[in-house]
Design a protein around this ligand. Sequence first.
Ligand SMILES: C[S@@+](CC[C@H](N)C(=O)[O-])C[C@H]1O[C@@H](n2cnc3c(N)ncnc32)[C@H](O)[C@@H]1O
Length: 345
Amino acid sequence: MIYKFSLIEKILLSNDIIPHPFADASFSVGLGFALGSAVKLKIADQLTLEYNDLKNIAKAAHVSELGAELILDCLDAMGYVQKKVNQYAFTKRGYKNLSPQSPTNFRYFILFCDNLYKGYLKLDETIRLGKRAESGMLESMSDYDWELFSRAMIDISRTNYKEVCGKIPIAKSYKNILDLGGSHGLYSIELTKRHPHLNARILDLPPVKKYADECIAEHNAQRNVAFLPSDFMKEEIPKNVDVVLAFNIIHGLNPSENESLANKVYHALNEGGIYVILDQIKGIGGSSQMSKATTSYMALNLLHQAGGKTYSKAEIDVLTSKAGFKKTELKKLNAPGFGIVICYK
Ligand SMILES: C[S@@+](CC[C@H](N)C(=O)[O-])C[C@H]1O[C@@H](n2cnc3c(N)ncnc32)[C@H](O)[C@@H]1O
């Protein structure tokens, strides 16, 4: 992402002398694809913090030297690599996000987006119709798509699970967490680590079990966390729970689906329990462009991919008060556009 501008560039940009569509419609999109190719074609895998010759990078990645150079120059423009004549090395940011050796890399998220954009050729049709033309994304996913999706969710949740779990009010009397569409379960795992008296069930579709089991084992959480294969829209959800998490779930559902989910959750919760929604919340960032970019892009993406949308706090209040929730509370997260809404029964 480009965010450093010279003073002259700032003046020219703010006066529209540099045309903004030049970035928006051309290089922003193209650089995103270059990032996808860098990971997909294992060009990024050949880089370290030490300089390496272009020739060696291209040979090891089995791509042309010209192709490798073009991709690496794009990574240079985005600040992920630095270039010295015909040698390239990761910057610290590049290493953190793109190196397979970095424990906090974002490689699956990049691959997931790269895969997702194949479907953008049909965006105009969605916009004309005001709905997704085909059946939901989840129904048509291959095993590889499930892997990219699930591992991309791990990449994102690793950036905020500690922050998020610190904002959830866990009462001493609470015993059971139900993590709806919990996927990898990292939020449940962290909550049960902080509050060892809690047990959690990650409820998700069967293809996701593999990734949840992997995370549960990696964090030694088998005693407190288990995976429950189920469809929360089609099947009943377990009752007698104190905390229900719906993280990045409501944006995939339309308002009437969300009403019926909130209703199910209300009846599953014990008195005094909480329904915790984490999502991109429309309007949360005021005039912040980055916040608006996140919530608007996600609304577009979710309508196109899943028939969903992003919701404002007021819309969430309507959905949850209809189900019976007494009070809601919004807490902003560090990532612009993201927040949690705690709904109290
Ligand atoms: C966007 S991911 C969010 C994963 C996780 N909660 C997080 O925030 O990182 C949505 C998850 O919900 C699951 N999901 C979607 N619809 C579902 C349904 N009807 N029943 C069970 N799981 C569902 C998907 O399989 C996926 O793992």
